[in-house]
Design a protein around this ligand. Structure first.
Ligand code: BGC
Length: 664
């Protein structure tokens, strides 16, 4: 169907959805696409509107990022594409690459990282894999939706260099995978409504090669004509009043037919591309295999934060467990509170109850566990007697406490009020740890927790994040050592919220000032030497790794970084190595160091593996406000190979002169 075969009214109608989830088809005259949420699997509403259809509940985006494993990202995205085919969805409304600027943001679990390179790299892989398997992507939310507070009204006020280097950057990288669509944000950007952000849409199209359609976030359009003129192609969901006003504005000459055609074209192209992507595609995995991928992703993404030797559990040890998690103790057992965050991305899980004690018993452990407790928002133990939990802990070799936030606290439209666990959970940890020094805390949450009240009293902390429906088995496997933990944090865990660079930034109902500029996340803590609880990139293993033999090779504007990782323990393990660039002699401000590459490498016990990373000049550039373009300064830089941002292992200086790199 050609655009000139449509009437003007039809073209205008094409710029608005048919309903909440589909584009217009004019009674079969046009092909259409169905879109669906999003970041933890496929959430599709039941046809009778009575809730959502059960579907595989995967680990949250945060957990996927914590894997630092692009093969895992690829497998996860392929599975989600298969789920889309199952539910007749053409486009998945994800991935989300908003930067985790504020640890309290209620949607952090739906996003990848505080680092733009990492978030963009994961999203690029995800989009490429998903689209290759036949489902279109919708990269979201462009941009600066970094807090949920007053999200539809407030303006994120950010300087141009910070926009380019931090907030646009993940979109720039992800656009290399050619997503069929992109979603605008609810908030304003420097006073301009996200749906009317022409400046940003132009950068996407003219500089980042984005050639898909821009879709509105749900109900984010205030002036349809203005949004269309800015380059927002499709408004979702359908709004009769916005359509009527658009028609009126067209008749009044406020928007031209050419401007309407440009948007209509892109909507038709998006539909055609989706149909093209689907040609000849069948499901790559049956559902059971997808559930296994979900478990494997959780196993790769779980982060061992602290371990004073208590983990892995030893055969024959007796265990006690208590805690707040999951069905059947949650109010809404369909969702299971602690295996996923809430909001539009929450998936009704497909399979069984979430039961870690049972998963441990299956591996031969005895577990004293008479019931989980639920603080139920009322700060009381419900469903389990605290004395019993303390008694259980006192008579067991190892005591495990499950704690966290859950989907009732972390969900879109809401931010956390603070970073601590509820009083009742902190008490449970302290009271049981007081009678058992071998206490392990397993945390279910989507964003950093302030652990100051109890961290020194416990022997180990495991970050289970929001691990999806097979997270119980994944957690049990990590605790017992069946799986050697290999996830690392993709955001900093500050000691407390007040230490975060945004804690004192200006914020009112209308404006959020991004006063910290480039110093987001580790860029701040690392540059200003601010102590943190766990640094960006941190994660322990049951293996011990040594980094050796850094060798740099250059050829004009290219740099090859080679080093070795040796596993000096008796257990096979995977290590995430990180490559940072430090500008040593810059004439403009640069954060102390910035992530430019990473690798996840399996190293067998007692063996060594080579790691190679390739960098080009783009790894050294900054956005010059003076010249309005990316620039690479001549000068000295340091290449830092690290196990976390705070654990630098190997480094060598290089020199850049007239675009040529030499090793010093
Ligand atoms: C969210 C989007 C989501 C959309 C559709 C909005 O409230 O911000 O991320 O895709 O709803 O459910």
């Amino acid at each position: 169907m050609k655009i000139n075969q449509l009437t003007v009214e039809e073209k205008l109608r094409l710029l608005c959805g048919k309903d909440a989830w589909q584009t217009c088809d004019f009674n079969g005259k046009l092909p259409f696409v169905k879109v669906t949420d999003a970041s933890m699997g496929v959430r599709t509403a039941k046809d009778d509107g009575s809730g959502d259809k059960p579907s595989v509940s995967y680990p949250s985006a945060q957990m996927l990022a914590n894997t630092w494993n692009l093969q895992t990202v690829r497998a996860y995205a392929e599975c989600v594409a298969d789920d889309c085919l199952d539910y007749g969805a053409d486009i998945l409304l994800g991935p989300g690459v908003n930067i985790k600027r504020n640890p309290l943001c209620g949607r952090n679990f739906e996003y990848y990282s505080e680092d733009p390179y990492l978030a963009g790299t994961i999203a690029r892989e995800y989009i490429a894999a998903m689209q290759q398997e036949g489902a279109g992507a919708c990269l979201k939310h462009f941009c600066c939706n970094n807090l949920e507070y007053n999200r539809k009204l407030q303006s994120s006020e950010v300087d141009e260099r910070t926009l380019r280097e931090i907030y646009y950057k993940p979109f720039e990288i992800a656009c290399e995978a050619k997503p069929v669509s992109l979603m605008c944000s609810y908030n304003k950007i420097n006073g301009v409504q996200g749906s009317e952000y022409k400046k940003g849409f132009t950068v996407l199209r003219e500089e980042y090669g984005f050639d898909g359609a821009v879709i509105s976030d749900w109900d984010a359009v205030y002036d349809r004509a203005k949004a269309a003129k800015a380059g927002l192609d499709l408004e979702m969901p359908f709004s009769q009043s916005n359509y009527d006003k658009l028609l009126e504005d067209y008749k009044a000459g406020k928007i031209t037919e050419a401007e309407i055609d440009a948007c209509a074209h892109r909507v038709l192209d998006m539909v055609a591309r989706c149909k093209e992507l689907q040609k000849g595609k069948t499901r790559k995995r049956i559902r059971e295999d997808r559930i296994n991928v979900s478990r494997e992703a959780a196993e790769e993404g779980i982060v061992l934060l602290k371990n004073e030797g208590v983990l892995p559990l030893k055969k024959g040890q007796s265990l006690s467990a208590c805690g707040i998690y999951g069905a059947p103790y949650s109010a809404n057992s369909d969702y299971s509170r602690y295996l996923s965050g809430g909001g539009s991305s929450r998936v009704v899980r497909l399979t069984k109850e979430f039961d870690i004690p049972e998963a441990l018993r299956k591996q031969g452990f005895t577990v004293l566990f008479n019931g989980g407790f639920d603080d139920n928002g009322i700060n009381n133990w419900v469903g389990m007697n605290p004395r019993e939990a303390i008694g259980n802990a006192a008579e067991s070799d190892v005591n495990i406490v499950f704690a966290g936030t859950g989907g009732e606290i972390e969900h879109e439209g809401n931010d956390r009020k603070h970073m601590r666990l509820s009083d009742v959970q902190e008490r449970a940890i302290l009271d049981t740890a007081a009678v058992n020094p071998n206490t392990v805390v397993v945390l279910f949450a989507g964003a950093p927790i302030d652990m100051s009240a109890w961290i020194n009293e416990v022997a180990a902390v495991v970050w289970a994040g929001f691990p999806g429906e097979r997270g119980d088995e994944a957690v049990a496997n990590v605790l017992t050592g069946k799986v050697n933990p290999s996830g690392k944090l993709t955001e900093t865990f500050p000691l407390c919220y007040e230490d975060s660079p945004v804690a004192n930034g200006y914020l009112d109902g209308a404006v959020t000032r991004y006063e910290e500029g480039l110093d987001v996340g580790y860029r701040y803590y690392d540059t200003y030497n601010v102590p943190v609880l766990f640094p960006f990139g941190h994660g322990l293993s049951y293996s011990t790794f040594e980094y050796k033999n850094l060798v740099l090779k250059t050829a004009d504007d290219k740099l090859e970084v080679n080093f070795e990782i040796e596993n000096v323990s008796a257990i096979d393990g995977k290590e995430v190595s990180q490559i940072y660039v430090r500008a040593v002699s810059s004439y403009v401000y640069r954060p102390y160091k910035e992530l430019k590459s990473f690798a996840k490498t399996l190293v067998k016990a007692g063996k060594k593996e080579k790691v190679t990373a390739k960098l080009n000049l783009r790894a050294f550039e900054y956005w010059s406000v003076g010249h309005d373009r990316w620039e690479v300064e001549d000068g000295i830089y340091e290449i830092v190979v690290a196990a976390s941002v705070a654990d630098e292992k190997l480094k060598i200086k290089i020199k850049i002169k007239d675009g040529k790199i030499t090793v010093l």
